[in-house]
Design a protein around this ligand. Structure first.
Ligand SMILES: C[S@@+](CC[C@H](N)C(=O)[O-])C[C@H]1O[C@@H](n2cnc3c(N)ncnc32)[C@H](O)[C@@H]1O
Length: 167
């Protein structure tokens, strides 16, 4: 599965996880929306949750939007593709540690790879980040359970259990 990122460039370049992925040849970055390939777009505003069924639809391209959370409103996700939200997962990065849903670009891509049963690829993209392994440890159980689901409605049912625990 290939990782592609539309790079908005409005966040701190020193902390940008997409740029670090590019440096380690783990993602291709685009500065022009029209160049972004068609694929599964990781969009927190999407109506449907990502599930293994999306992998089976034959799409081998993951796309994320790297921008600040201030500019990550629904209208910014204009890329062509199949838009999917990630289910309940918690961030391990220092800015949003322990916070559900607010993942960095590399965490979002790694989470998607795990749901698509590509754990080794997820480990590889997280390796350059000192908190990368923590992301997989913190989310080990939900990621395994999501990867065993057949479709989005099953993923949402599993997610409900974690959301209920949060309350
Ligand atoms: C808003 S950007 C922030 C990037 C941050 N500046 C960095 O350095 O990684 C994070 C991107 O990861 C993806 N993402 C994060 N959380 C997500 C979620 N809960 N569902 C779907 N995609 C998500 C989206 O593509 C989102 O635009």
């Amino acid at each position: 599965m290939e990782c592609h990122v539309y790079y908005e460039g409005d966040d701190d370049p020193e902390k940008c996880t997409a740029r670090r992925m590019e440096k380690f040849d783990e993602a291709i970055l685009y500065r022009t929306m029209g160049q972004v390939p068609y694929g599964v777009v990781l969009n927190p505003h999407a109506e449907r949750a990502l599930s293994p069924a999306d992998r089976e639809a034959g799409l081998d391209t993951l796309v994320a939007l790297d921008c600040s959370w201030e500019s990550a409103e629904a209208a910014s996700f204009r890329m062509n593709g199949v838009h999917r939200a990630l289910p309940f997962l918690v961030a391990a990065n220092p800015v949003n540690y322990g916070r559900p849903f607010r993942l960095t670009t590399v965490e979002a891509l790694a989470g998607a790879l795990c749901i698509f049963d590509e754990l080794e690829h997820a480990e590889s993209i997280l390796e350059p980040f000192r908190w990368g392994e923590t992301f997989l440890t913190l989310n080990e159980e939900p990621l395994r359970r999501y990867s065993e689901c057949t479709d989005s409605s099953e993923v949402v049912a599993v997610q409900e259990e974690y959301l209920a625990d949060e309350e």
